[in-house]
Design a protein around this ligand. Structure first.
Ligand SMILES: [Zn+2]
Length: 224
């Protein structure tokens, strides 16, 4: 039977692929980077039905999988259960927040569950930064949308996953924030120092690095 949760598959560069789901009136992106030693799955979506097309795609690429949870929010972690014993990477705080907020996030958003939703906590946590030189993948703390938000930079193809540090659309480019405005500003400024060609996020379209300045300008305009 046709799975209504067939994502749109967007190939950004050779080793960067985005699986984009249309959920009622918002989009949800899962991002895959095919590394030399490991394949990286950045965020796992709303349950097993979001994870399945990604796992099927990766059957063609036999490297082991590392999962990244960009932050603790339900729409980014509910597919974790489909990744069994894989390493699941996150900020230390993200593991804690998943533990304490799991039940209430399910309570409030259960209508969005797609397939099986199982708690599968991050098992490789860090505070500042992780670097995988064989794959040229850098993962680093970028508080803004949430205090536990992390970003992923593919230093080979210059693709940045900034997760929800950008709003859901160009009209709402400032995300909801769980930290001080200045903390968010510093994160956006830190992105500007990176060599980036394309930015992937949790819900927006693929954008260029000019978006960083647009976000800072918008913060100024709003007096934030
Ligand atoms: Zn979020």
């Amino acid at each position: 039977m046709e799975n209504e949760w067939n994502p749109k598959i967007i190939k950004i560069k050779n080793r960067n692929v985005v699986f984009q789901y249309q959920i009622t009136d918002w989009n949800l992106n899962l991002h895959v980077i095919l590394g030399n030693k490991y394949n990286y799955v950045i965020d796992t979506g709303l349950g097993s039905l979001c994870a399945e097309p990604v796992l099927n795609f990766l059957k063609e690429y036999p490297n082991p999988i590392r999962v990244v949870n960009t932050h603790y929010h339900w729409d980014h972690i509910w597919g974790n259960g489909s990744f069994g014993d894989c390493s699941i990477l996150s900020h230390t705080l993200c593991r804690y927040l998943q533990t304490v907020k799991w039940d209430s996030m399910i309570e409030k958003n259960r209508q969005f569950q797609k397939g099986d939703v199982q708690l599968n906590l991050p098992n490789l946590t860090f505070d500042g930064e992780l670097y995988f030189p064989d794959d040229k993948i850098r993962i680093f703390h970028t508080p803004g949308h949430t205090a536990d938000s992390i970003s992923v930079l593919d230093e080979e193809e210059h693709v940045l996953n900034m997760s929800d540090n950008i709003g859901d659309s160009m009209e709402e480019i400032i995300p909801s924030m769980e930290v001080e405005n200045d903390t968010f500003r510093n994160t956006i400024r830190s992105y500007m120092a990176l060599n980036v060609d394309a930015c992937v996020s949790g819900h927006n379209t693929i954008v260029g690095k000019e978006v960083f300045q647009t976000i800072l300008n918008e913060l100024d305009l709003n007096g934030k």
